[in-house]
Write a protein that binds this ligand. Structure first.
Ligand code: C2E
Ligand code: MG
Ligand code: MG
Length: 709
């Protein structure tokens, strides 16, 4: 009896526990008999299906189903699959009010100890909401994939470890990887990008973006290398993907093929820089290349030959044979010139029948430059076939060499143009060099050189002096000594023509010595005549400073003549001070100790490095005449002048404007607080004897040249 009671109580408490569980559950619990009549329902059934328990007990479970077939199938499910719990399954159910919902159900057969089926137990959970959410999510995802598949941009998605998770179809075709192949691969392997110019790999934007957590754009000129080896110019950006709590969980790269766009850009820039007819560089690109070549030539200590070429009587061809034929001739001319110069040289069409050739190399030697020019002349002389006639063309050419004939583009172009003009004057079909020495044959040059050697002994050199006027005082404060050569046969040879030659063969050393001695002696003489403060400026070649003992020479001259050191100003060019030679450095300090003044000649034409101004002690800057002459006409020149003045004033240097030719220029310079002037307007270079007469001039009071200011 006791045992029975205990068993009953135990079963009672178990029942009570089960009861409590069923009551607490939010899922519907339905127990049926083997013939599927409802025997028990928990309260959740009413909440989910809308039936009260009394309405259900004894009813067929079919009442819950939307479709009777489902009910029948389910019955067989329990019967056949009678092992135990069923897998959860989804089912459409009907509520009392006729509405339906999706439920997730689990069923189990209830067996007695003998294994006989005594009924079924089913739990049903309303998953309408969950299903809707899931469907929506699926739809959303589908929508994204469809979108990503149909947009024109390529998309790659990676996880936090930069492994590929997704590629859209454009990304597949640009990278050459299919989604299946790419999944799980490091993105670097799939998205193989490099710099178009350097061919070096480009830093992967995915890593950068993941690290920084920000959107990262690609550098310009990036190309994507497809698996097939084909390359695409691309633009892209990578953005981090964040989870809802803001943590970076991956990265998405969006990129597009801009090959076409870039080609278009290249094409447009090509068109802007090339002549449409001949496809040669036009004037703009030519000037650009010219400057580039200067830089290269300086670095390599080489020369640049600028050749201006003009087809002789082209107008006649155009008029008689017609423009279409003229166009053909120009095209062919361009092609021919191109064929005889090096790949690295530039052939440009400047307009009309004018071409320019820029060549770099060992061209400072006249023979080489002449050889190149002759080759061009020869190829132009080949007959141009026209229908059944043969047209013969000739050309005129002018050559200027950097740096000898000009070390900036403007000067060199001008000088090549002058030389071309001379070639035409000489009856066309010939080559003229800007530097007359270059026009000489080798024999003639040797003769001139031999002559130069004797010229010193024969006393064929003379010094002229050009006054420097101080605008404030209206009088002369100094003179510049300028050497002249009175050649017995050629007459007066200007220094531009023989100084380079003398520098080349070393004669500049004795010549420079003679110039310095003569100028110092002359200055002392003027001192004795009552002009002790007159400063004399002497031009010094680079070679004088780098060879021999220049400071020693200066010291001897000062001693011998008794000239005050600060009455002597040495004009150096920027190039010598830019040389990083110890010899130059030592010479500069020795000169400073002697107390002579240093000026920089032709300032602004050459180099842009100004460090030497602080390294060496420079007293004076001489603004090159080409800048002064460009006042008014070339806004750039006035800007350069203003900059030089600002620099000079700031460093307490004297500034002399050279090559002053007009009152307008004087007015401008005066306004800019530049008051030391030198130029033809004030005085040409004159002989020593003429100087005392000019010294008495007052330039400011009538009839002074500057009195009209
Ligand atoms: P530089 O030292 O720049 O001399 C100024 C040049 O400009 C001189 O040419 C002078 O005659 C010229 N000039 C003066 N005023 C005007 C003007 O208003 N308009 C124009 N267009 N030009 C003007 P020059 O005498 O033919 O000398 C040319 C260059 O030869 C000098 O340029 C200098 O670099 C060099 N040179 C002259 N004498 C010597 C010398 O004794 N030794 C060395 N190493 N070089 C010298
Ligand atoms: Mg000078
Ligand atoms: Mg000068």
């Amino acid at each position: 009896g006791w045992k029975l009671k205990q068993a009953r109580e135990a079963s009672f408490s178990k029942d009570a526990q089960l009861q409590a569980i069923f009551y607490a559950m939010r899922d519907a619990v339905i127990a049926t008999s083997p013939d599927r009549k409802i025997q028990y329902v928990n309260p959740a059934v009413e909440a989910i299906f809308g039936y009260s328990p009394s309405e259900l007990i004894g009813q067929s479970a079919a009442v819950f189903y939307t479709r009777i077939e489902d009910y029948e199938k389910n019955g067989s499910r329990y019967n056949i699959n009678a092992k135990g719990d069923s897998e959860p399954y989804e089912m459409s159910y009907r509520r009392k009010d006729g509405s339906t919902f999706t439920g997730e159900a689990r069923g189990a057969a209830v067996r007695d100890p003998g294994g006989k089926v005594r009924g079924f137990m089913v739990t049903v959970r309303d998953i309408t909401q969950r299903k809707e959410l899931r469907d929506r999510l699926f739809l959303e995802k589908e929508k994204w994939f469809v979108t990503l598949g149909s947009i024109g941009d390529a998309v790659i998605v990676t996880d936090l470890g930069t492994r590929v998770e997704y590629l859209n179809s454009i990304a597949e075709s640009l990278t050459g990887w299919t989604l299946d192949e790419a999944i799980g691969k490091p993105v670097k392997e799939v998205f193989d990008i490099l710099n178009e110019k350097t061919r070096m790999p480009v830093e992967c934007p995915v890593e950068k973006s993941l690290l920084s957590g920000t959107i990262v754009g690609l550098a310009n000129h990036t190309v994507l290398r497809c698996r097939s080896g084909k390359e695409y110019a691309i633009e892209d950006s990578a953005a981090p993907i964040r989870s809802r709590n803001g943590k970076v969980i991956g990265c998405v790269v969006v990129f597009r093929d801009v090959t076409q766009k870039r080609n278009l850009l290249l094409q447009v820039t090509h068109q802007a820089n090339h002549d449409a007819l001949t496809n040669l560089p036009n004037r703009y690109l030519f000037q650009d290349r010219l400057v580039q070549m200067f830089i290269q030539a300086r670095r390599l200590s080489q020369a640049v030959a600028l050749i201006y070429l003009d087809i002789d009587h082209f107008k006649k061809i155009n008029d008689s044979a017609g423009h279409p034929f003229g166009d053909l001739v120009l095209k062919e001319a361009g092609r021919r010139i191109r064929s005889v110069v090096r790949e690295s040289d530039t052939v440009a069409r400047l307009g009309g029948d004018e071409f320019a050739i820029v060549a770099i190399g060992d061209l400072a030697s006249p023979d080489h430059a002449a050889h190149l020019a002759q080759k061009i002349l020869d190829v132009m002389a080949q007959p141009f076939p026209v229908e059944d006639l043969e047209l013969r063309l000739t050309a005129s050419m002018g050559v200027a060499i950097f740096p000898d004939d000009g070390d900036d583009a403007t000067t060199l172009i001008r000088n090549a143009d002058i030389a071309l003009y001379q070639a035409k004057e000489k009856g066309r079909n010939n080559i003229q060099f800007f530097s007359p020495i270059m026009n000489l044959t080798l024999q003639e040059r040797t003769a001139l050189e031999n002559h130069l050697h004797e010229a010193l002994e024969r006393k064929e050199f003379e010094l002229l002096y050009q006054p420097v006027v101080d605008l404030k005082k209206g009088s002369i404060v100094g003179v510049e000594a300028l050497v002249r050569w009175h050649h017995p046969k050629r007459g007066l040879v200007p220094p531009d023509k023989f100084i380079p030659l003398a520098e080349d063969n070393g004669l500049i050393l004795p010549l420079g010595e003679w110039v310095l001695e003569t100028a110092c002696l002359q200055a002392r003489k003027w001192g004795e005549l009552g002009f002790p403060a007159l400063r004399v400026a002497v031009n010094v070649s680079t070679r004088q400073l780098t060879r021999g003992d220049f400071p020693g020479l200066v010291e001897r001259c000062l001693k011998a003549t008794g000239l005050a050191p600060d009455c002597l100003e040495l004009e150096l060019t920027e190039s010598v001070l830019l040389q990083k030679s110890a010899k130059v450095g030592d010479a500069m300090s020795a000169l400073r100790i002697l107390g002579v003044r240093i000026s920089i000649d032709d300032f602004g034409t050459g180099y842009s490095s100004l460090g030497y101004l602080t390294r060496f002690h420079v007293n004076t800057l001489k603004i090159d005449g080409t800048f002064v002459q460009g006042i008014k006409t070339h806004p750039g020149n006035t800007a350069v002048i203003k900059a030089i003045l600002a620099l000079g004033h700031a460093m307490s240097m004297d500034i002399i404007a050279e090559g002053v030719e007009t009152l307008d220029q004087v007015r401008f310079l005066k306004n800019q607080r530049c008051h030391l002037l030198q130029g033809y307007l004030l005085s040409q270079p004159v002989t020593a004897q003429e100087i005392p007469g000019i010294l008495a001039n007052d330039f400011l009071t009538p009839p002074g040249i500057l009195s009209g200011l």
